[in-house]
Design a binder for this molecule. Structure first.
Ligand SMILES: [Zn+2]
Ligand SMILES: [Zn+2]
Length: 234
């Protein structure tokens, strides 16, 4: 291939990227990263759940939350709009591992919509990646989601409120019992955090990561800390 032709091909690719409309992650049609009607087909994390930790349960606080023991989460509430299944799972994995992030704000707005009115966070924060992992990936999907949540709620986003002070094994690789130990002490709050903080992560299973983040913020002076994930693994 001549240099001219190679250049023409490169330019062609760049032009196509610039002019082609986005393609929907669910239906594959062009026009949006995720159509509103396709968003409506994602599996909702609704039904009867613990009103604190959002596990499927009695519709009031679950036993773990009532116990207040070591197993109880440190956050004051957790919500997620979707179950980590089917297209919701695929959408989050695309963002986590394949660099496809255009649909994250759409999911994040759906997450903001399930934040209870009584929470009234003064700022939004996000679960930080280990710096090395963020450098490799080039972005933090939780941070992209958190910024969109903050915009939707009309409150400031504080990207560096939480700092990861040690790297941890990916939670997905561990059993439920080992997840809490894996992330214990992984975060510190920088400076004096606001009284009411909403921490955003992309996906939650046991709530261990958000609980440890809440512990760090409470230790630094926050009075209430809530968690919000795009999807919850039931
Ligand atoms: Zn669609
Ligand atoms: Zn609970």
């Amino acid at each position: 291939m001549t240099e001219d032709r190679r250049l023409a091909r490169l330019l062609g690719t760049a032009l196509l990227d610039a002019v082609l409309p986005q393609r929907c992650l669910v239906c594959g049609r062009f026009g949006a990263s995720l159509h509103e009607e396709c968003l409506a087909t994602l599996p909702r994390a609704d039904g009867s759940r613990c009103t604190r930790c959002w596990r499927p349960g009695p519709g009031t606080w679950c036993e773990r939350c009532i116990s207040g023991g070591r197993e109880a989460p440190a956050f004051d509430g957790l919500r997620a709009p979707f179950r980590f299944e089917r297209d919701a799972r695929r959408a989050i994995l695309e963002a986590k591992f394949r660099g496809v992030t255009a649909h994250l704000p759409v999911l994040a707005r759906a997450a903001a919509a399930v934040v209870p009115v009584g929470w009234q966070p003064s700022v939004v924060a996000s679960i930080p990646l280990a710096p090395r992992r963020e450098r490799q990936r080039g972005y933090n999907q939780a941070a992209i989601a958190a910024r969109a949540v903050a915009d939707a709620l009309g409150v400031p986003y504080r990207p560096r409120l939480l700092e990861r002070v040690r790297a941890t094994a990916p939670q997905a690789s561990l059993s439920a019992e080992r997840r809490a130990a894996n992330v214990r002490g992984a975060f510190v709050a920088r400076g004096v955090p606001p009284e009411v903080v909403l921490v955003v992560d992309d996906v939650t299973t046991t709530g261990a990561t958000l609980s440890v983040a809440a512990e760090a913020l409470a230790a630094a002076g926050s009075l209430r800390v809530y968690g919000l994930a795009l999807a919850r693994e039931d």
